[in-house]
Design a protein around this ligand. Structure first.
Ligand SMILES: C[S@@+](CC[C@H](N)C(=O)[O-])C[C@H]1O[C@@H](n2cnc3c(N)ncnc32)[C@H](O)[C@@H]1O
Length: 459
């Protein structure tokens, strides 16, 4: 696991565990689980039962292999008699599950994404209920402060830390009063102790099940998970339509109590209003999700969606904009137009730049990949194109900087559409956008979080 993934897994797993606590569930469904970094961490560190679902067999196989290794390591580690005290320490940190230790630098001073730091982001990104959400959040926070006494268990601290970012109606009062503030009689304490030991034994199984399935809005979870219980649904960098479909499944299935979804690869989103004249075989689309944007037939087009994948914060610190490869691609486009009469093509050049020694090599490899006869153009001619356009590279850079600047607007619109869709549902207690990751480390850093209303709430 690299530094970026370690950071994401560490931060997101803490939030997921907090949501699971608040909802009182022990099962997590991780959609687009990939190699299972988040899934395995959630199961081993937080004793959650995790179903990691991915459309790729290769990923599921990789996840299974990794899972077996982790389990072996976990077992061996526990059996090491000398390491008894070490186990205790490590059971709290479980750092070995994150092989890249530099993630320690990322979060050392906090157990959770700081609720306070979430507020401005929620305020910035909430739609019509923005002000209301913030008010409810503050009320909730002050309510909690007066309710709770000083002596809370570590678990309760965690729960209340997460609750600080939630409104009052997102949580059943019963759960709260039981888990945080109730003063227990001696008999109740004894009872609770026995219950806890029993629960702990059950939980120690560290269940993580990697499964292969391509998730669509129509996917019936019961076809994949036999004994589906109340659970929460998560997705870490779920590409294209998987993120919107995650939210649709969440709103449709009563067993799913909450969702925490971080999307990515916006260029892969399907858009309902992008090509209105094309024959439509698809019934659900990645964008827009909300009635609000559907009514105005809003669409971006591929170029804008590609821009949404850019990383402003990285560019701001001098990383992230591949100027030379963009220049190569732009000049190649001129060659395609001038020499091959091509203005548009469904085929993609892909990652040829890193495999090319120079511009001529790049052009030849790209032409072959696109299915054109590269013998139609000489090396001399290719070099002439390069030299003609090289003095204009700074114009291209300026243009790309403008795209980078606008990227957060496009991403915000995509995320706000998802949030708006959730706000349009009437069975949800709270929905918001939470900035989870350091955007320099992980540019797709916003999570869509939502929780269902408790069953017995009277609307
Ligand atoms: C960017 S990767 C993220 C993987 C993992 N969550 C992580 O953070 O390491 C996205 C994953 O989603 C999977 N995926 C994409 N569309 C899917 C779908 N419709 N159903 C299930 N998995 C899907 C891909 O195979 C890929 O492994």
């Amino acid at each position: 696991m690299n530094d970026k993934k370690s950071h994401e897994v560490l931060v997101m797993s803490q939030l997921v565990q907090s949501i699971a606590n608040v909802c009182g569930v022990k099962e997590v469904i991780d959609l687009g689980a990939g190699k299972g970094y988040l899934s395995s961490y959630l199961s081993m560190k937080y004793n959650l039962k995790v179903y990691g679902i991915d459309s790729s067999d290769t990923n599921t196989d990789g996840a299974n292999r990794r899972n077996r290794k982790l389990k072996k390591f976990w077992k061996a580690y526990k059996e090491d008699a000398k390491g008894a005290s070490k186990i205790q320490e490590s059971a709290q940190n479980n750092d070995y599950l994150l092989p890249n230790y530099s993630c320690q630098e990322v979060i050392t001073d906090r157990e959770f994404p700081n609720p306070k730091s979430c507020f401005p982001k929620l305020e910035e990104l909430s739609v019509s209920h923005g002000v209301e959400s913030i008010n409810v959040l503050s009320e909730w926070k002050s309510g909690q402060e007066s309710l709770c006494s000083t002596s809370q268990s570590a678990e309760s601290d965690k729960t209340s830390a997460f609750l600080n970012i939630l409104p009052a109606d997102a949580v059943e009062e019963k759960t709260l009063s039981e888990s945080i503030c109730k003063s227990l009689s001696e008999q109740e304490k004894e009872q609770r102790k026995i219950e806890n030991i029993r629960m702990k034994e059950q939980r120690c199984s560290h269940v993580y099940l990697p499964l292969t399935c391509k998730i669509t809005e129509e996917t019936d979870l019961n076809d994949i998970i036999e004994d589906l219980e109340e659970s929460i649904m998560v997705g870490l960098h779920t590409c294209g339509d998987l993120a919107p479909n995650t939210l649709r499944i969440f709103t449709a299935r009563s067993e799913i109590k909450a969702v925490c979804s971080v999307g990515c690869c916006y260029h892969l989103l399907s858009e309902e209003f992008e090509s209105p004249t094309e024959e439509r075989t698809v019934t659900t689309w990645g964008f827009p999700m909300s009635m609000h944007l559907k009514e105005t037939s809003w669409f971006f087009g591929r170029n804008a969606r590609m821009s949404a994948c850019l990383a402003l914060e990285r560019v701001a610190v001098g990383q992230g904009l591949a100027t030379e490869s963009l220049f190569y691609r732009a000049v190649l486009q001129v060659i395609l137009k001038d020499c091959f009469g091509i203005t548009q093509s469904g085929k993609r050049v892909g990652k040829i730049f890193s495999k090319s020694g120079n511009f001529t090599d790049y052009v030849r490899k790209s032409l072959k990949k696109l299915g054109h006869d590269d013998s139609k153009i000489s090396d001399k001619n290719i070099t002439a194109y390069y030299e003609k356009y090289k003095p204009r590279q700074n114009e291209l850079e300026a243009f790309n900087m403008l795209k980078v600047l606008l990227a957060p607007c496009i991403e915000a619109l995509i995320l706000l559409d998802r949030l708006h869709y959730l706000k349009e549902q009437n069975n949800l207690a709270w929905s918001g956008l939470v900035k989870l990751f350091d955007p320099v480390k992980s540019p797709r850093c916003y999570s869509v979080v939502s929780m269902k209303k408790p069953k017995d709430t009277i609307y």
